[in-house]
Ligand binder design. Structure first.
Ligand code: URA
Length: 440
């Protein structure tokens, strides 16, 4: 098969056959297809999309491009379930939800992604914990899931390797925001992880790949429908991404915020609502709880009792991180040499944020990739973010920037100022958990 013919077919709006999709997936997995040809096809798919059938074939082929995990023989006494986000800025939900769900009786083998486009990656964030093995072998992954109840790792070489390569190419070729490509990317990893159920956090807004509610609903239906074909029961929760989620955005900074949350040292209200809603949905999906009130109560108990913090600490230690990480995270996490406040030029109320631009500002600081395989500065980003509706003035910074040099800090200050709009009166409050979709 000539791959240029496959590219041409999609470029001209045609539908790829099962053989053509398999050829693509094989060439991705064994590295025989060069990045420039894959990039061209990704752009053709981005522009001309894929049918439901094509997306389904791509999903299954990518899921089967490496090992597929099985949990039947692992002796687990609860359901194997996961959550995956379509990507946002400041989205540290996984580090909270996985240990909470584990403390509630779930087993969460979470295979996460690296930064994608302007969004941060859970795998990159995990790597800011010294010693943490984000890509362990399967034996260790299974052992940690079985003993702790959760393990957050990145894609290992033999888990959906075709997606791993396509994901990295999409990251640097502006081909991320495609419903079939996102569907296949997420579900290939989740099917390969051998789950009983999946809760999707579909982000909508200026910091999401889906900027409108109708596009978020389209993506939710695509994921739920494709997952159902593969026998994976999935619910989707659409959540707001029109502002940074929580107080921080940047790899190590988000880990620190996650630890403070788990230690019950205060949490940003929107982040807390998203974490609780998604974890409760996992309990309902798996039948651990029958109603929303019971699920909410169980989640609350796991957080307040410290049981979730204890799971997180064990997960970190068993994956090679410091045994005292939860107690001494500030000592262990990398910190940036330059930290300075960002003041907006007007007094008033924070009205809106161009959250995509804030994600890009973190990339410019060195916290995300501009080219394939680039090493990251895990310490940089923003902390102490004000929320939309908060008062801002010359005394109260909208955030603190963490940078490697004064020059980079100054650039980030300018970017954040340009991304934030101020109004004389507070804007109307917006729901953060927008809606749940549980049927195709
Ligand atoms: N998360 C993924 O794993 N893949 C995407 O394409 C988007 C979010």
């Amino acid at each position: 098969m000539l791959f240029t013919d496959v590219i041409r077919k999609k470029r001209d709006g045609g539908e790829l056959s099962a053989d053509e999709i398999q050829y693509l997936v094989d060439g991705l997995a064994d590295g025989s297809l060069p990045a420039e040809q894959v990039s061209a096809l990704a752009m053709a798919i981005f522009l001309n999309s894929m049918s439901f059938d094509e997306a389904g074939l791509l999903t299954i082929a990518m899921a089967q491009s490496g090992s597929v995990l099985e949990w039947q023989d692992a002796g687990l006494d609860g359901p194997v379930v996961d959550k995956h986000s379509t990507g946002g800025v400041g989205d540290k939900v996984s580090f909270l939800l996985a240990p909470i769900a584990a403390a509630c009786g779930c087993y969460v083998p979470m295979i996460s992604g690296r930064g994608l486009g302007h969004t941060g990656g859970t795998t990159d964030k995990a790597e800011s914990i010294p010693g943490y093995q984000a890509t362990p072998d399967f034996a260790l992954f299974r052992k940690v899931v079985a003993s702790v109840g959760c393990a957050i790792i990145g894609q290992t070489a033999d888990l959906a390797p075709a997606d791993r390569r396509l994901y990295a190419i999409r990251d640097v070729t502006a081909t991320v925001e495609s419903v079939p490509l996102i569907t296949a990317s997420i579900l290939s990893k989740k099917i390969a992880a051998g789950l009983d159920g999946l809760v999707m956090d579909v982000k909508v807004g200026s910091g999401a790949f889906m900027q409108s509610m109708s596009r978020a609903e389209e993506l939710s239906r695509s994921i739920i429908g494709t997952a159902a074909r593969a026998g994976l029961k999935t619910h989707a929760v659409i959540t707001d991404m029109n502002e940074v989620l929580g107080y921080t955005a940047g790899n190590a900074l988000e880990i620190a915020e996650s630890v403070r949350y788990l230690r019950n040292e205060g949490s940003e209200a929107r982040l807390d609502e998203v974490v609780r809603a998604l974890t409760a949905e996992m309990l309902l999906l798996t039948g651990i709880e029958r109603d929303a009130a019971g699920a909410a109560k169980r989640v609350d108990e796991a957080i307040r009792s410290g049981a979730a913090a204890e799971r997180f600490a064990r997960m970190v230690a068993e994956l090679g991180g410091p045994a005292d990480f939860i107690d001494r995270y500030e000592h262990h996490l990398p910190t940036a040499p330059v930290i300075q406040p960002v003041y907006l030029e007007q007094d008033g109320y924070l009205h809106s944020m161009d959250t995509h631009a804030i994600g890009n500002a973190i990339i410019e600081l060195g916290g995300g990739r501009r080219v394939l395989g680039e090493a990251l500065d895990l310490a940089v980003g923003f902390s102490d973010f004000k929320q939309i509706g908060d008062a801002v003035d010359k005394q109260h910074p909208v955030a603190m920037v963490h940078a490697s040099t004064v020059e980079k800090a100054n650039q980030a200050v300018q970017r954040l100022r340009a991304a934030a709009a101020v109004s004389p009166v507070p804007p109307e409050a917006r729901a953060v958990v927008c809606r749940t979709i549980d049927a195709a």
